[in-house]
Design a protein around this ligand. Structure first.
Ligand SMILES: NC(=O)c1ccc[n+]([C@@H]2O[C@H](COP(=O)([O-])OP(=O)(O)OC[C@H]3O[C@@H](n4cnc5c(N)ncnc54)[C@H](O)[C@@H]3O)[C@@H](O)[C@H]2O)c1
Length: 439
């Protein structure tokens, strides 16, 4: 059993804290926002993440998991401190390290016994060394410490599963003993650990996210070619995915990636590369393809509807992917804004993200069901592939619309079936199936 402090109780920090407590450790999560701490103390989560609430409650009740705004309280007995604060994009695409810097300074002034400081936030290459410098400069008393990079690979929506069933644990440090101590925290998970130097560990995280984003942008580029040559990208992806060297994951053509990680991490890596004299043309293209994908939906809808003035467009799903309430860089935001800009009325429904969406997307009519979104709409766009949208009464939907235009931007519906129900169906990269009807 170890005493652990986690700084930041967001998607990563809260999952890390709760799951480490569940492994038997004593954990205190230090969060800067008092309202979040108050909620957590009452057993309410500030985020939506399947399965997490139960783990938080169970461990809080058992006295293994506590929440505080105070560093003194959180660091009092700690031998390990995880930094899990946000690292959003700065103006040039660089990672904004304001919160990481602040956390490192605060830890330095409050640490009272030897401490292993673990960077779990996704941070630019070299940040581990830089955090060590900050801590050394700000320490008010000489206390031994080591810095370990331990990037996180969990996915929102399956974060608890991913944290407890990791493909690998990546640890980077100049202090091998410290890295091994962190590896021991994960020992009950029986995952493979890879121990490297600090910079290599930081680079593994960026390279992994950039590669996954590249796979998605690749299949989206293939989808656009499929549309032009009248092939079906779904079958292309299936045929490609059967090749063991390629694999089937991350080959779903659609609206591309969004959320809090891929967009900022690809940009940050490109920025780091450029600042080191490299020319990151692949990374730049990957980002460009991704954002073009959102525009393509609007362009094709404009063609079908003959413009948006006086038209109503319904959006099914708002979060950047299913099973999360995260609206950061969600394609729905940009699509809704493009539509509104061209004069469309936008209606929307999402099972969990509407509270967050309301803060970002204004002048949208938020509905209490997918059927209410479809009622009287000129087009319906499936933006997020929540399971509940896969089993709708599509006949009822087609009949209730002013024009039965269905833009299946995640390819979850069977085109022939939708056509039989009277829809003008559009998918992504399903050229053969789409062109028959849309043109
Ligand atoms: N969200 C993901 O799926 C995911 C996956 C892997 C890695 N990451 C990385 O993990 C890091 C955190 O991401 P997130 O999605 O959890 O962010 P988040 O915004 O959900 O959470 C960050 C939390 O830290 C708090 N915070 C900021 N400064 C603080 C301080 N000094 N002390 C205490 N709390 C502080 C914020 O109030 C917030 O609650 C980022 O670097 C991200 O790139 C995220």
């Amino acid at each position: 059993m170890s005493n652990i402090c986690v700084v930041g109780a967001g998607y990563v920090g809260l999952v890390t804290g709760a799951c480490l407590a569940d492994l038997g450790n004593q954990v205190v999560c230090r969060e800067v926002v008092p309202e979040k701490v108050e909620k957590l103390k009452r057993g309410l989560l500030p985020i939506y993440e399947p399965g997490l609430e139960e783990i938080v409650r169970r461990n809080a009740t058992a006295g293994r998991l506590r929440f505080s705004t105070s560093y003194e309280e959180a660091l009092r007995d700690a031998g390990f401190v995880f930094i899990a604060v946000g690292t959003p994009s700065g103006v040039e695409g660089e990672a904004d390290l304001t919160d990481v810097t602040q956390a490192a300074e605060q830890i330095a002034t409050r640490m009272v016994q030897p401490l292993i400081i673990i960077n779990k936030s996704t941070v630019p290459i070299g940040t581990g060394d830089w955090v060590a410098d900050i801590v050394r400069e700000h320490q008010t008393r000489r206390v031994e410490f080591a810095v370990v990079s331990n990037p996180e690979f969990l996915r929102e929506g399956s974060a608890v599963y991913d944290f407890t069933n990791p493909d690998r644990i990546v640890l980077g440090s100049t202090d091998l003993a410290a890295a091994q101590k962190v590896a021991e925290l994960y020992a009950p998970l029986a995952a493979k650990a890879i121990i490297t130097d600090l910079r290599t560990a930081e680079m593994i995280k960026y390279a992994s996210n950039a590669f996954l984003a590249t796979k998605i942008s690749f299949i989206n580029e293939m989808a656009n070619i499929c549309e032009a040559v009248r092939a079906d990208v779904m079958e292309v992806a299936r045929g490609m995915g059967m090749d063991k060297r390629i694999g089937p994951a991350f080959l779903a053509a659609g609206l591309g990636w969004g959320g809090s990680c891929f967009p900022k991490d690809v940009k940050a890596l490109a920025h780091i590369a450029a600042m080191h004299g490299c020319h990151p043309q692949l990374l730049r293209a990957v980002t460009e393809i991704n954002y073009d994908q959102r525009k393509r939906v609007v362009i094709r809808l404009r063609e079908i509807l003959g413009g948006f003035r006086g038209k109503t467009v319904g959006l099914l799903g708002l979060s950047f992917k299913p099973n999360t309430d995260d609206m950061r860089d969600a394609p729905a935001v940009e699509i809704a804004q493009f539509l509104q800009h061209e004069g469309a009325q936008v209606k929307a429904y999402d099972p969990v993200a509407m509270t967050n969406a309301r803060q970002i997307l204004h002048r949208v009519s938020y509905c209490d069901s997918p059927y209410a979104v479809a009622e009287g709409a000129d087009a319906l766009v499936l933006v997020t592939e929540w399971n509940e949208f896969k089993h709708l009464d599509m006949e009822r939907i087609a009949k209730s619309m002013r024009q039965p235009v269905l833009f299946d931007a995640r390819n979850i519906y069977a085109p022939a079936q939708m056509r039989d129900l009277g829809f003008i169906y559009c998918g992504i990269g399903r050229g053969y199936l789409v062109n028959e009807q849309a043109h």
